[in-house]
Design a protein around this ligand. Structure first.
Ligand SMILES: NC(=O)c1ccc[n+]([C@@H]2O[C@H](COP(=O)([O-])OP(=O)(O)OC[C@H]3O[C@@H](n4cnc5c(N)ncnc54)[C@H](O)[C@@H]3O)[C@@H](O)[C@H]2O)c1
Length: 259
């Protein structure tokens, strides 16, 4: 499919946050944006993650690569300082990160601690608001922002637990950011992919059941892959989607419309 992609994002600059390895949704996004012609900035979580992410950054010809743990004060600002100094502008931002402490994620919502809830909300949701605030002034010619959600935001998905309310907050944040940034020509999308076998997914109990259910329910009859998500985002970043903002876009083979 990549051979057929036209370079519709040539000249654009895209920050991708959330590559852990080649299975990450963020890697699919990076590859799709690069295939469509965008220059990339990518980040890795910490020194432990760096050896896995740096070779991918090289393969993707990323012109900026830097560490970013959104829980470490100053690191997010440092990434945007680099972007400002090197590029002087930004066109697209992809937020593809989530975290909840294991003991809070794997129990039901009733058993989630206040601290666990706050951490999950900060890393998985408020960090997107912080990124949007730093990105917007660099999007002088308009731009697009993406945050990865999941169907568990609007319906109960067994074992998704605290991440359900967190993704609901993330989708609502996308709507409010779309409202606040629309005047600057900045579009904001929540993307809701079907289940994908990634490292983050391995923290969810009985994830295989979610995969089976998604494959069975999807009218298109199969699971999605990370390039499906990446190309959907690349399309939304293009002028072809210039009047689309604020919504949740499902990339799930249609599973969400089937009871
Ligand atoms: N895999 C799925 O089935 C699925 C489905 C829908 C939505 N999502 C969402 O997609 C996003 C990406 O997850 P993935 O499935 O690609 O898994 P992944 O494990 O490949 O990516 C998760 C990323 O979050 C990053 N991260 C965690 N804490 C961080 C912090 N403090 N600062 C910066 N980065 C941090 C990790 O380093 C990692 O790169 C998440 O928001 C996830 O909830 C996943």
């Amino acid at each position: 499919m990549t051979d057929a992609i036209r370079p519709i994002l040539t000249g654009q600059k895209t920050l991708i946050v959330g590559i852990a390895n080649e299975h990450s949704i963020a890697y699919g996004c990076a590859k799709a944006f690069r295939t469509a012609g965008s220059e990339l900035a990518v980040t890795w979580l910490n020194d432990k993650a760096r050896p896995y992410v740096e070779p991918l950054a090289t393969e993707l010809e990323a012109s900026i690569a830097a560490p970013l743990d959104v829980a470490v004060p100053g690191q997010l600002e440092a990434v945007f300082d680099l972007i400002r100094a090197r590029w002087g502008k930004l066109d697209n931002l992809v937020h593809s990160i989530a975290f909840a402490p294991k003991e809070d994620l794997q129990g039901g919502l009733l058993d989630c601690s206040a601290a666990g809830f706050a951490t999950a909300m900060d890393i998985s949701c408020h960090s997107f608001v912080r990124m949007a605030k730093l990105a917007a002034p660099l999007m002088t010619g308009g731009g697009s922002m993406f945050a990865m959600s999941y169907d568990g935001a609007t319906r109960v998905v067994p074992n998704y637990n605290v991440m359900g309310p967190v993704k609901a907050a993330l989708e609502a944040s996308c709507r409010y950011l779309a409202y606040e940034l629309g005047g600057a020509g900045i579009r904001v999308h929540a993307i809701s992919p079907g289940p994908l076998k990634t490292r983050a997914a391995s923290g969810i109990k009985d994830f295989e059941l979610m995969l089976n259910d998604a494959a069975q329910r999807a009218p298109l009859g199969e699971l999605v892959d990370i390039m499906d998500v990446g190309f959907a985002c690349a399309y939304l970043a293009s002028d072809f989607a210039r009047r689309i903002t604020g919504g949740t876009i499902y990339v799930d083979g249609g599973a969400n419309v089937v009871a």
